[in-house]
Ligand binder design. Sequence first.
Ligand code: GLN
Length: 516
Amino acid sequence: MSNTATNKKELFGQPIGLYILFLTEMWERFSYYGMRALLVLYMTASTLGDDARGLGLGWTRKEALALYGWYTMLVYVASIPGGMIADKLLGQKKSVLLGAITLCIGHGVLIMTDIWAFYTGLGLVIVGVGLLKPNISSMVGGLYKEGDIRRDKGFSIFYIGINLGSLLATMVVGLVVAKWGWHAGFGLAGIVMVLGLINYIYGQKYLTHVGNFTPSTGDKNEISYGQLYSKLFKSPKQLIFVGVLIAFSVLGWYKLEWGFGLLFVFLTAITALLMMIYKELETQVFKDRFLVLLLSFIMVIIFWGAFEQAGGLMNLYTESNTDRNLFGWQVPTVMFQSLNAGFIILFATVIAGFWAKRKLKGKEASSLFKMALGIIIMGFGFLFMVFAAMEFEKSGSSSMIWLVLAYFFHTIGELCISPVALSFITKLAPVKYASLMMGVYFAATGLGNKVAGIIGESASDFGELTIFSGILIFTVVIGGLFILILKPLKRLTHGAEEKERDLKNEEAEGFELADN
Ligand code: GLN
């Protein structure tokens, strides 16, 4: 065992390393969400100097939303190369460091007003998040040994850090921009990222045992990504499948736009890699676990595809269709965006505690069940948006309470799926591809973001009532279907979650523990 005295230290029953990662991710999310909150506003602000916040880019709403959609997808899709770099080159810990430095530079560049700086800054943020986000999440998993019951709760605490960052950002950045202008807002994102970096560097002594790179052992079974791709050409079934996907990519390129074509080509390359990894995994247990992980990512795409209406369609709905008058005060639209983060902070440990208690009683719920339930609960939240849309159609405005209820259920759903999925990946992913799988997970959430944008846009054709009802029915049905096939899915995990127990007490009682 490589644990040193320092990294064995605990706080509130959790390793101190968790709080270091918590704070790093909190500042990183502050900078991400703070900058994201400004993005569309800055792009659409006028170039004529008539805005107190400074010169904007003067883009149309459509142009701005298009770039926003691609950007918010790419930051998460970049987690795939970010995970690969960690697995094969740097290890998770150094990848996070490099990501944090890249983010400081990226946000720093955005302080400049030139258009080249704008694109360069966004590019650097995409690279930085890609390196940091999946790998810091994997490092959280690395703090716990296999079977440690504290892991799920640890992820819930980590998730609070994420949302604390986002809550602070949405509260503070707007004020800074109003007083000192756009680029001060971007600068603030940069400054907090420097805080995140300092915290991470300072906390290294608590992280000596996690996220280290394990160099190639020279084992002949070890296989590089290049070798996997070359093996593809000797695997007829996989090759045919890839051929079909390439045909779709070409179609996407011509029928939609080149961006989609490029995205499909990238996804085809990743699908090919995943198929070959599956084929090469040594045992059926590894193969089954890998498969169930990929299947669970379908739930992830569906979840975020519905959930992410929050920043788009629901945001616009709040602005134009909702009566925001509270005892004579007009509640600003952006404040509704803080509800999600606020509810997370309030309820994350409650939900995690609820599951943990059930587990200790032997009535444990599997991660897959929680994820499916998360989709249903989140989907149920759309019922309130349906009520809101009905009220609007009848009386020309709808009550704020519907939004609060919808965001509440969305958040409870998110807590059932998002931290649970992070933890689940660290339990099931093959060690050699742990970071890659985390990257694929985040890419799935990014695709969900893109799906959300596409659905949201179609509201102008179909109307909000149809869209909200459609999402409600679709998500509840899909979640229900996953619950129906839970048994066979669970079988594929081969008991990865069944032996979780209180290792801390056992350790104290002298049990022999295997390192993770
Ligand atoms: N809100 C969460 C975060 O910022 C989830 C994001 C995601 O998984 N796409 O980490």
